[in-house]
Design a protein around this ligand. Structure first.
Ligand SMILES: *[C@@H]1O[C@H](CO)[C@@H](O)[C@H](O)[C@H]1NC(C)=O
Ligand SMILES: *[C@@H]1O[C@H](CO)[C@@H](O)[C@H](O)[C@H]1NC(C)=O
Ligand SMILES: *[C@@H]1O[C@H](CO)[C@@H](O)[C@H](O)[C@H]1NC(C)=O
Length: 124
């Protein structure tokens, strides 16, 4: 009897494991990243403009934002925005990944990283 109910418990938890992990992948658990549904949202555009302006200031560049390609958010103490954006550097348009940390209630924004996205096989 004892043995049997333990077996049932074990089987049940194994059944639920994939469910837990697939949810974690979608970013609903553990402060994961959630895709931004509307990348044309004015606030998302504002964050992207901020990232490019800030990068230009910090590195004395003159990138011009063209569009946000995609983005994700992560709830931290505030919100992290991880955006892939297309920007022009002179005559060359390239993709960059910018991470901006925003604490809107403090009017605080910080560009935490800005890197060139390496494109290995996709040219679009
Ligand atoms: C920034 O770039 C401009 C134009 O390329 C140049 O004239 C200027 O000296 C640079 N400033 C710094 C601090 O590197
Ligand atoms: C922009 O282009 C200049 C000149 O080609 C290059 O030196 C610089 O690293 C580029 N900057 C970025 C952020 O791609
Ligand atoms: C903003 O981010 C940069 C890069 O991660 C960091 O060096 C700097 O201390 C941050 N500034 C604030 C006010 O958090």
């Amino acid at each position: 009897m004892q043995q049997n109910s333990r077996f049932v418990l074990l089987s049940l938890s194994l059944l639920f494991l994939p469910f837990i992990f697939s949810n974690a992948e979608k970013g609903h658990l553990f402060g994961g990243w959630t895709p931004i549904k509307d990348i044309k949202d004015p606030h998302v555009m504002e964050i992207a403009e901020f990232a490019v302006d800030e990068y230009n200031k910090q590195s004395n560049s003159s990138l011009i934002l063209q569009k946000v390609v995609k983005g994700e958010t992560q709830v931290v103490a505030g919100i992290n925005y991880r955006l892939v954006l297309k920007a022009k550097n002179g005559s060359m348009a390239k993709k960059y990944q910018a991470v901006v940390w925003e604490k809107s209630w403090l009017n605080f924004r910080n560009l935490t990283s800005f890197t060139l996205v390496k494109v290995f096989w996709k040219l679009a």
